[in-house]
Ligand binder design. Sequence first.
Ligand code: CP
Ligand code: NVA
Length: 307
Amino acid sequence: MKRDLISILDLSAGEISGLIAKAEKMKAELAAGVLPKTLAGKIVGLVFLKPSTRTRISFESAVFRLGGQAIFMTGQDTQISRHEPLADMARVLARYIDAIVVRTFAHSDVEELAKFASVPVINALTDHSHPCQVLADLLTIREKRGSLEGLMVAWVGDGNNVANSWMKAALRLGFSLNLACPQGYEPDSELLDRAVRESNGKVRLMADPEEAVSGADVLYTDVWASMGQEDEARTRQQAFQRYQINSHLLSCAPPHAIVLHCLPAHRGEEITDDVIESPRAPVFDQAENRLHLQMALLDWLIGSKEL
Ligand code: CP
Ligand code: NVA
């Protein structure tokens, strides 16, 4: 039966660990020039209704490096722009290609595509979540910290799609997650309630960013206004002033703590230039790992199928 990656909760803890280990192996094989071409003869379609630099190019690169072919589509140059039902598009694309990678607005649209496509569907970001980002971030944390045992992550800023995926990862893996968000900008409330309840208090919402980062191994932030929220940017700038990762906030964290950001970053808003440019913030290693994690994901779903 086909597998999709719509949510981190689609994966067991063992599968997440398996994907991270596979990504580490494939990263080493790529560096050594011995990466097997396990996607030879496979075609992956990317349907992107929002802009992207990292996700699009890292997925396309992953497909090419594994010997497959990628086809990139936007809303404008497909019949999505003329409201062809997603259920029809899913069934048609599945006759031509081996997997569908989707970036869109409504999370239910990705679920609809997955329901009707007989090939794997991968969520490449919705308004609700961004699982590929957080899976790759777990790889980065494992590399930098050595292990995910006893991990504490502090999310500082908007309770957005990336924050939601962090809660799902914490639910699956059992690490501690402090979420410092301004009032009115908390993550998905149903998911938050579930995460707080099922994590026995290891997932915590707090208003104070200084409290959230004290004891954290990783400080994480993202833009204050996500794609599709551009009209709210000014209001959000005021609401989020206290939620900036700057040298003062970093000084409230343990000396070993690192700073991650999914990028693109708005320097001077959610993070200062001196912090993001410092050795404490390995954000380009983090961005690189999108490629390796997604090579592992594609290989698992449609390549060797091994994990
Ligand atoms: N982090 C991330 O998903 O970046 P893009 O929007 O550039 O794909
Ligand atoms: N939260 C951001 C993430 C971008 C990668 C957005 O949705 O725009």
